[in-house]
Ligand binder design. Structure first.
Ligand code: PLP
Length: 406
């Protein structure tokens, strides 16, 4: 298409006043509807008791009920005794971990707030809400490139093992947000063998997409905590996951898993903060998912896969026509990672926004919102219907071609 034709098409979209959204990784209404049986997992008083007889309507049971701990232990590849089950948001627990280290200190060290300038390693492109947490606490963020099988471990080691002011690293080890990369066995082993200079260094292992496979060739992630235990480094590891993209993002359960030492320390703060999270939510989830997690995830995949495939169809054409346009083809997770020619990402996102298509802001996948090459765009195809997604992709295609014709 000539530039003038592209412009005419673009204006047509803009004038139509339509609103489309490919900005956030949310489950679609169809996926939420498919989980309605959660509502009837508890229907009477007898159903309100956990397998060890806890009345889930009442206070108590700070670490969560056994069946929910078992569910998450299996998902994360840890022991039940490592797990604390919390409320609906794992991001909330990540915030609390950083906040606790900042305010009270970790492993007997001075609170981070009293240690002067401290730093955090941020694999990029990465998850904007991780970066928002470390930014809020004034922690300096250092970009670490994500390679084909995880973060650049040589760089991670050189910072973590030599500089005691480096206090941690954000990790999404499976179907990373947004790259879709899963850490290889080598990368996981190298994490487990890391000898940080700071005793209070934390590996924030956010396994949000642990069971979110999309096809028959899923990625496999080596469980990191048992390896870290063998290496004597387990106290550095904090593992997180949730049912946000298994059941209902606004009404699920989440967890953190860690060594016995770290857990005892974590509970000292947690017991002041709460008398316990929503155990009826734990009970509903454990009952449904302990018997059918695999089927539930297959059902989600059957809704999401066609959306990813539709994106691939459009992106394949763009990659063939535009030098420097590349995209990921992940086996799971919620995102497709697009790279456009350098200097064009902001322009493409602006063109899309102006015409009614909301995209994740350019730069959001980098600390401080600064993508040095201005080339990365995160595509979140799960929330719109297939028909809405196709409209969004037609407009995205026009925006990319227009921006690259400038
Ligand atoms: C990597 C990652 N971690 C955490 C979250 C949010 O998790 P939660 O809903 O459990 O707070 C998301 C949501 O998009 C995510 O992509």
């Amino acid at each position: 298409m000539q530039k003038s034709e592209l412009l005419a098409e673009y204006r047509k979209y803009k004038d139509s006043g339509k609103k489309l959204d490919m900005s956030r990784g949310k489950p679609s209404s169809e996926q939420l509807d498919n989980m309605t049986s959660l509502l009837t997992e508890i229907s009477d008083i007898d159903g309100c008791f956990s397998e060890n007889g806890i009345d889930c309507r009442n206070y108590g049971c700070l670490e969560g009920i056994p069946e929910a701990k078992r569910l998450f232990a299996a998902i994360l590849g840890v022991r039940e005794s490592n797990v604390i089950v919390c409320g609906n948001s794992s991001l909330n627990i990540m915030f609390d971990t950083v906040s606790g280290a900042y305010t009270f200190g970790l492993h007997g060290c001075e609170p981070w707030s009293r240690q002067g300038k401290i730093k955090f390693l941020c694999p990029v492109p990465g998850y904007d809400r991780h970066f928002a947490i470390t930014k809020l606490f004034g922690i300096e963020m250092i970009n670490i490139p994500v390679l084909g099988d995880g973060p650049d471990m040589e760089l991670v080691r050189s910072y973590a093992e030599n500089d005691p002011s480096v206090k941690g690293i954000w990790c999404v080890p499976k179907y990373s947000n947004p790259t879709g990369v899963t850490y290889s066995d080598r990368v996981v082993r190298e994490f487990a063998a890391l000898r940080p200079a700071a005793e209070d260094f934390i590996v924030m292992w956010d396994d949000a997409y642990a069971v979110h496979d999309l096809n028959d060739t899923p990625d496999q992630l080596l469980p990191v905590l048992p390896l870290a235990e063998q290496n004597g480094t387990a106290d550095h590891f904090y593992l997180y996951t949730s049912t946000s993209k298994i059941s209902w993002s606004g009404a699920g359960i989440s967890c953190v898993a860690m060594s016995e030492n770290s857990k005892a320390e974590f509970l000292e703060i947690m017991k002041v903060k709460t008398i316990g999270f929503d155990k009826l939510a734990m009970l509903r989830h454990a009952r449904l998912l302990c018997r059918s997690l695999g089927d539930v995830m297959k059902m989600h995949a059957s809704v999401i896969r066609p959306k990813f495939e539709l994106c691939f169809k459009y992106f394949e054409r763009l990659a063939a026509d535009i030098e420097g346009f590349t995209y990921s083809r992940p086996n799971g997770g919620y995102f497709i990672n697009v790279n456009v020619p350098a200097g064009k990402a902001k322009l493409i996102v602006k063109l899309a926004n102006d015409a009614g298509l909301k995209l994740t802001p350019a730069g959001a996948t980098y600390p401080y919102g600064v993508d040095p090459a201005d080339s990365n765009i995160r595509i979140a195809p799960t929330f719109p219907t297939l028909a809405e997604l196709e409209e969004a992709l037609v407009l995205f295609d026009i925006c990319v071609r227009l921006a690259c014709a400038e």
